[in-house]
Design a protein around this ligand. Structure first.
Ligand code: CA
Ligand code: CA
Length: 165
């Protein structure tokens, strides 16, 4: 059974694809429509915090279809400050068995887990830089988590992967 959470849309699936048409801001309500169809997850569940340590309650939660952000000197949302914020992204994803090379780019700090195992750890103040880690994934669903913080000035957060050769 997949599904990040429940949607608040009353007519979310005009294309009849089995999932809602637009990312939305989760407000805590529920209806009878799953955000994604069974056994299929789209995007990341993002929790945005108005501090650098992922502390307290998020000031914004939303689904991000990918982690591919260059906010410049700006911020992810009017709800999030341009300096000293942090984000936690989580998702479940099905992999075919093999070795994967995970990449992150963070300005400032970023770290990535696969099934709770820390694979990339670059949790410090710095300008944008890329990190990689090779992780063997068994066939089936795996939990991914990316945490990120912005200190000052520019803010970049990216995570992606490919099959490692
Ligand atoms: Ca900034
Ligand atoms: Ca920065």
């Amino acid at each position: 059974m997949g599904g990040n959470f429940w949607s608040n849309w009353t007519s979310p699936d005009s294309k009849n694809q089995g999932f809602v048409d637009f990312p939305y801001v989760f407000t805590g309500g529920q209806d009878n429509l799953p955000w994604v169809k069974e056994n299929a997850w789209i995007g990341w569940y993002g929790e945005y915090f108005a501090n650098m340590s992922l502390s307290g309650s998020p000031v914004l939660t939303r689904t991000d279809t990918s982690i591919d952000f260059d906010w410049g000197t700006g911020s992810p949302s009017v709800l999030v400050p341009a300096q000293e914020f942090s984000v936690r992204w989580t998702r479940m994803l099905t992999f075919t068995e093999g070795m994967y090379r995970f990449h992150t780019t963070g300005d400032d700090g970023i770290r990535l887990w696969g099934d709770g195992v820390l694979a990339i750890d670059d949790w410090s103040n710095h300008s944008a830089r890329e990190d990689t880690a090779d992780v063997f994934m068994t066939a089936g669903q795996h939990n991914l988590k990316v945490e990120y913080f912005e200190w000052i000035v520019y803010a970049v957060a990216k995570a992606w992967w490919e099959v490692a050769n």
